[in-house]
Ligand binder design. Sequence first.
Ligand SMILES: Cc1cc2nc3c(=O)[nH]c(=O)nc-3n(C[C@H](O)[C@H](O)[C@H](O)COP(=O)(O)OP(=O)(O)OC[C@H]3O[C@@H](n4cnc5c(N)ncnc54)[C@H](O)[C@@H]3O)c2cc1C
Length: 459
Amino acid sequence: MMSQIVEKLENIVGRDWIITDIDQKLGYLYDEVEKTLRPKADENSIVVKPANTEEVSEIISTANDNGINVVVRGGGTGLCGGAIPVKESIVISMERFNKVVEVDLNNMTVTLEAGVTLFDLIEELDKYDGIGFPVHPGDEGAQIGGMAVTNAGGARAVRHGIMRNHIKGLEVVLPNGNILNLGGKLLKDNAGYNLMHLIIGSEGTLAVITKVILKIYPEDKHVATIAAAFETIDNASNAVLEILRSGVSPLAVEYQDKHINLETAEHLGLNWPLETGNADLMIIISEKEEDMLYSSTRKINDICRKNGCTEAVFAGKKQEQADLLAIRSGGYEVIKDIIADSFDMCVPPASMPAFFEDLGRIMKEYNTTTNITAHIADGNVHNDTVLVDGKIPEYAEEIKLKMYEACFKYGGTITGEHGIGKIRVEDLKLQKKEEELEIMKGIKAVFDPNSILNDGTVV
Ligand SMILES: Cc1cc2nc3c(=O)[nH]c(=O)nc-3n(C[C@H](O)[C@H](O)[C@H](O)COP(=O)(O)OP(=O)(O)OC[C@H]3O[C@@H](n4cnc5c(N)ncnc54)[C@H](O)[C@@H]3O)c2cc1C
């Protein structure tokens, strides 16, 4: 079947833009999900690299007519196996959709082809003095289409929200090959059900995103970072809640276990400046005026001291701040080889102290530990089950269920950012009611009656 399809695909994109050789294909078959969790890719899949929306449309129509699964691949930075073709598939790589179509400073929007990476978007906006885009998931290799369809968050969500809050319009190709333009540069639009927002966060199961219109913003000129150490994670999370109530609006409030900060700093050849305590916060503040920056810093400092902060460091220079951020962002790289399972649970911010306590209790029960990093002000925790003697422990499933149970107790979710992908499809059933899942399946069937788009993902 696939050999007949290759000829059809060649007629659409040209021979140079198809990969069938296994060595070349391998780089397109997996994402960043941990090896212990990742499903196996079907290596008979074919990679195709269309140049424009019409070619995507023709590829999808061909797949639909022949009942072949299609997996869209963005930057491959996803953490839940969404871009892995687990059955024989056409993998559409969006890498040639790399043009910035328009920067519209009057409407404060940028229109991008879906394959533009976050790195390229930042570089493009740097040309316009003081203009930026706030959403920043950790890996700048993520593409804007991928970020839209996973509704990415990241460290700055505490002030600026997530992708959904900044997407104004999408061009999409439906599984039947039809092209739709949804939304636009409007501030208000209440005409009918909002299909654009259904596609945002749909993880490549409802449509292929080919173009994105994003809102852009004036950026604050004055930025500083405070690193603060606390004796316990409980003290640190109480300080965060008080900061959020105080009227200061930090750009980011990040948590990382001290041992991860120290190991990452060593790994990167950098210095983590805090020696005391066990729980470290990294708070980024940005303001329009310098005196506002100092006033916010003083307020945050006072709140931290009041909540048992053992030491705090102010970083005002660009390089100092970049080093702290590199240590926070690099934490995952240092621990990833000891991870059996990793989580992305999210609870209401006010429940963080209690949720951390629950996690501690559960770890004690199993005589194990967990590594915690968190977008703490969002209530979003990344923690893990660790390997025992290099193997997935036999209690892995049980301990996961206990952690989920604790998270649900506070009205939490199993994933705040990374999504369901292919690794959490069963887990979703623990969180959602049957009726909700049935509605989701119904929506999938309306968009994609033959289920050719990323089958086996989400629902
Ligand atoms: C070190 C690291 C840190 C991270 N930190 C964060 C974080 O803080 N917050 C956060 O939210 N995420 C984070 N992520 C996860 C990841 O960066 C996001 O999920 C990202 O948004 C995925 O974009 P991508 O282009 O890499 O998509 P891919 O991984 O290629 O694909 C992800 C899913 O989207 C689909 N898809 C991709 N492009 C399209 C398209 N154009 N049309 C339709 N479907 C498409 C794929 O089929 C797949 O299901 C992190 C990842 C890493 C490796």
